[in-house]
Design a protein around this ligand. Structure first.
Ligand code: MTE
Ligand code: HPA
Ligand code: MOS
Length: 760
């Protein structure tokens, strides 16, 4: 079973937002953005822009009919700036013109009167000034302070990880149409149609029923469109509402890079304590999250950092504290892993530090401390179906970890100017939205009288293959061919009050709802078959479109049965609601059962560093991964490959850089490097572990979207291993990404001194 979309993609037949035929009378929108990162906004001069050719309107905060507020968790984010500006790129005004070129030309004629205020870009500085988005949170198990006193070894350090640009191929955008009842309908490139609907309704002062959001598919989201599709949808809708004309707003690549938030950079302190047998007895970490200028999803991202602060290890005494720090950068947001990778990077740094200081392989510490069945996380949930050791041991055996280590050591002995490095990266990732109420959805299934099937759910297809998976679930449950099934667009009037497609939980949630709806329809049809064809209901089934009675083909098939049921006025539509069972979490004490289950795996990464130039290749990434009972190995393998390479990019090449004035320096693909085919590992092996899956996973096939990103962390530590082979004992700071420049400075620490002197 392949992914259903790629054939259409390569033929250019798939419809993205920008492929929708444009309606007559459409106005094009451009956004005037704040030129300063912080200041008092006294006013705008839009006279010249209004007089420019083709310009119809210039809208500011004063034109918003409802409430100028789009904050999801904290109401701290205006749609259009009012009174103050808080980051460069913040939307201030919306220009509506008859063509895109005219809108952009007019934008250049607007000037803003702003008195500059001090700019903060560093999260620790923000914390010191009390600039926090929400109060800090602490996850605590045991008593780390007391436990350190009993430890044979205690190490402390600092770890920093950088931001990451989502670089979805399709940039942010929306196309809004006025409707006859004074509302709006829009097509939005969003992971969260309901979020766009809800905030647009607030901005326009309408009920949510007056705002319809429709999504066919996204050219990628990666978390960047979980909350941050909202401003562009709301702005397009504002334009359509005010002018009663269709309004199209699509960001170009550079505007998208400048104006939208990214993965959160973190600066963290760690302290790790081990006993004489290398058991980790105590761990403390303090995370400073660079949230940017508004909350966006930062509090939830920060919380997931705490959930994953101990990665795949059992540590009996843990104190993990996180600060969400307000800076004058675009609000940072969800990005594959959602804070988890940032937490895992720090514990891996702590283990690497301990290993380097003690002169033992990091893998010895890692293996000895892996989670086992029934172990407790700091948030009190216990592992249930834990495959951490199985994943590690399978990877170590299958790919011959000892042999790889020996190969790397032999190579390093034989070569002066090239060094290889190796790292093992185990992962453990919790599946569910950590905000329990978000773990619900619905599926609306229509069987048409000809036997074809249309399915609407809350799931958004963004390349991850969720539509294919939902179609598979329906085909299996109904016993029919997948060719009869159409997955409809994601639409807020067909399926309401949905959570975003995120948290890797989309297939589980929407697949389970689809399974429930299809099972109800199947039962209804079989009950009908039993009366219409006088068959015993027990033992009736539909297999390959044939109705079987106690295994023997009956005188009816899917098409005939559906037709017969229709003429007998049997309901052929079902709407099912699914909510993940057993979840609860108390955010006051930070304890509960937040996750439906955990996903495990282990990756072995090998790299080669050119020790003259600091350049490197990731030679191989070998993974043993817990998919449960995968029912689509092609899609699942694709998620592992894509996620892992995206993680390697975050940890090695991708460097988001801002100036001290809050201007994005890495503002194009010239200055922001993402992994291409050459940067991807030449060998990328994925082994499907033999695990039973989990009843909370759809058809026991575990969620796969985010966990593989964290395999990329292994590339950082493999590079570190190679640098230390060239410079034994060198004190490399734990700073990611490990760009070729950082590798070079690690290989030649005297350069660090020289560059500091030059900088001074
Ligand atoms: N894969 C593709 N091709 N495109 C994407 O945008 N997003 C990732 C992951 N894989 C993404 C992707 C993220 S951040 C998440 S949370 C999951 O897919 C969301 O989809 P799922 O819940 O169906 O796994
Ligand atoms: N993961 C991803 N997205 C989310 C979450 C989460 O736990 N909570 C809210 N949005
Ligand atoms: Mo993914 S970061 O949960 O959209």
């Amino acid at each position: 079973m392949n992914h259903l979309d790629p054939q259409r993609h390569v033929r250019g037949e798939s419809q993205y937002l920008d492929d929708v035929p444009v309606q007559q009378g459409t106005l094009y929108a451009a956004v005037f953005e704040s030129p300063l990162a912080h200041g008092v906004l006294h006013g705008l001069d839009v006279t010249a822009a209004l007089a420019a050719p083709g310009v119809v309107r210039v809208l500011t905060a004063a034109d918003i009919p409802g409430t100028n507020q789009i904050g999801g968790i904290v109401p701290d984010e205006p749609l259009l700036a009012e009174g103050h500006v808080h980051f460069r790129g913040q939307p201030v005004a919306l220009i509506l013109a008859r063509s895109e070129a005219q809108a952009l030309a007019a934008r250049a004629l607007i000037t803003a009167d702003i008195t500059p205020l001090p700019i903060i870009t560093d999260p620790r500085q923000a914390a010191a000034l009390g600039e926090l988005i929400v109060p800090p949170r602490t996850f605590k198990l045991g008593d780390s302070a007391a436990a350190f006193a009993t430890c044979a070894h205690v190490f402390e350090g600092v770890a920093e990880s950088g931001g990451q640009e989502h670089l979805y191929i399709e940039t942010q955008g929306a196309y809004a149409f006025p409707t006859e009842m004074g509302g709006v309908r829009m097509i939005s490139s969003t992971q969260g149609p309901t979020a766009v609907q809800r905030h647009t309704a607030v901005v326009l002062g309408l009920g949510m029923h007056q705002v319809e959001v429709d999504v066919t598919r996204l050219g990628g989201g990666f978390g960047g469109k979980e909350d941050q599709a909202t401003p562009w949808g709301a702005l397009a809708a504002l334009g359509a509402f005010v002018t009663r004309k269709p309004v199209k707003l699509v960001l170009d690549r550079h505007a998208d890079m400048r104006m939208t938030g990214k993965r959160h950079p973190y600066s963290s302190d760690f302290k790790i304590g081990l006993d004489a047998d290398l058991k980790i007895v105590a761990y403390e970490a303090t995370f400073y999250q660079n949230a940017g200028a508004a909350a966006d999803l930062s509090p939830a991202v920060m919380e997931r950092t705490l959930f994953h602060a101990t990665n795949a290890y059992f540590i009996p005494n843990v104190t993990a504290t996180a600060f969400s720090c307000r800076t004058n950068l675009p609000p940072n947001t969800a990005f594959r892993g959602f804070g988890g990778p940032q937490g895992m990077f720090v514990i891996e740094a702590a283990i690497a530090k301990a290993a380097e200081e003690l002169g033992v392989p990091a893998a010895d510490i890692q293996r000895r401390n892996l989670l086992r069945e029934g172990d407790q996380f700091s948030y009190r949930q216990r592992t249930e179906g834990c495959h951490a050791e199985q994943a590690w041991d399978t990877a170590a055996t299958l790919y011959d970890l000892a042999g790889l280590r020996a190969e790397v050591d032999a190579f390093n002995k034989a070569n002066k100017l090239k060094k290889k490095g190796l790292a093992v990266m185990p992962i453990c990732f919790g599946i569910s939205f950590t905000k329990t109420p978000m773990n619900q959805t619905r599926a609306l299934v229509h069987i048409y009288s000809d036997g074809s099937v249309g399915i609407s759910t809350g799931a958004v297809e963004m390349g991850q293959g969720v539509n294919t998976k939902i179609a598979q679930v329906a085909a299996r449950t109904l016993g029919i061919s997948i060719n009869r099934i159409k997955i409809e667009t994601t639409n807020t009037t067909r399926v309401a009050n949905t959570s975003p497609s995120a948290a890797s939980a989309t297939a589980d949630l929407n697949g389970k709802a689809t399974e429930m709806a299809c099972a109800a329809l199947r039962e209804r049809l079989l009950r009908h078959a039993s009366t219409a064809y006088t068959l015993n209901y027990e033992g009736l089934e539909i297999r390959d479109e044939q109705v079987l009675a106690a295994g023997i083909p009956a005188d009816t098939n899917w098409e005939k049965l559906v037709s017969s049921a229709f003429w007998q006025r049997v309901a052929l539509t079902e709407n099912a609601h699914y909510a993940t069972p057993g979840l609860h979490f108390d955010p006051v004490v930070n304890q509960g059962q937040p996750f439906a289950y955990h996903v495990y795996g282990t990756a072995l990464t090998t790299v080669t560093v050119d020790c003259l130039r600091g350049t490197y290749t990731v030679d191989a990434l070998r993974i043993a991964h817990d998919f449960g009972q995968s029912f689509n190995e092609v899609i699942d393998r694709g998620q592992i490959e894509g996620g892992a390479v995206q993680g390697i990019g975050w940890m090695t090449l991708e460097e988001v850089a801002y100036s001290a004035e809050g201007r994005l320096l890495s503002n194009s693909l010239n200055s922001y490097k993402i992994p291409d085919l050459y940067a991807a590992p030449a060998v990328l092996d994925v082994h499907f572990l033999d695990t039973p899956g989990h009843p909370n996973a759809v058809l026991r096939s575990k969620a796969v979207g985010e966990p593989p990103l964290m395999y990329g962390i292994g590339a950082y530590f493999a590079l570190r291993d190679a640098v230390r082979a060239f410079r034994p004992g060198t004190a490399l700071p734990f700073v990611a990404p490990m760009t070729p420049e950082r590798v070079l400075l690690g290989l030649y620490p005297e350069f660090v001194m020289a560059s500091k002197i030059l900088a001074d």
